[in-house]
Design a protein around this ligand. Sequence first.
Ligand SMILES: [Zn+2]
Length: 245
Amino acid sequence: MNKQSHRYSAHLRLNDFDENSQKLIEDSSILIIGMGGIGTIASLYLVNSGVGKIILCDYDTVDISNLPRQILFQEDNVNQNKAIVAKEKLHHFNPNVLIESIDKKLNDSELDQIISEVSLVIDCTDNIQTRLQLNKICIRNRKPMIMAAAIRYECHIAVFRNDSLIDGCLNCLYQSDEENIETCEGNGVLSTIAGSAGIMAATEALKILMGQDTELNSMISIFDLKNNINQLLKIKKSNNCNISH
Ligand SMILES: [Zn+2]
């Protein structure tokens, strides 16, 4: 077994995973928007899992209040840009992965360009406007999008297989249910919950990259880790959605 196969040998022992599955992961690229508590953990696992190229995007800087959950960052990173610090840290975990950082907010045409060239997008922001912007551009480019959020003790994970069957989208969801618009900023979040959401998002990403089906297409999975309850909700296509799909 060569060094690379040995590195991923636990993957290769899975009964539905072979050398080709790992190659599919290595030939893939992911755009992660938001390097907070979810994005840092998702990126850490995806880099270590051998995704070929990962683009990290965040215009924000590290604050000391981020440290309990954004565990790629340390005290001496306070006031530094999150995407740039994450790129430097992650490179040491797996130098085989090409990592790029973007330290600014991207406009529609910049996102269009980048998203057209990646395999999938993970939305780890805490911002409804950015979520809807990514939703629109991923649908336009027929790219899968994974949305991850962490609020209080809850992880929210949704998958949109825009590359195959486009059903209800995020714009359909938010137009029909304003109650979903909550943020961890306003509600608080336990540090481990953000990490759990990051790992779940990374798992969905790996499943898509290696060609597995997901049960989550146009569904939102809500894990209440305080009460250990998992709910799966269908995101219905809305007639009021102003995105053509
Ligand atoms: Zn829609």
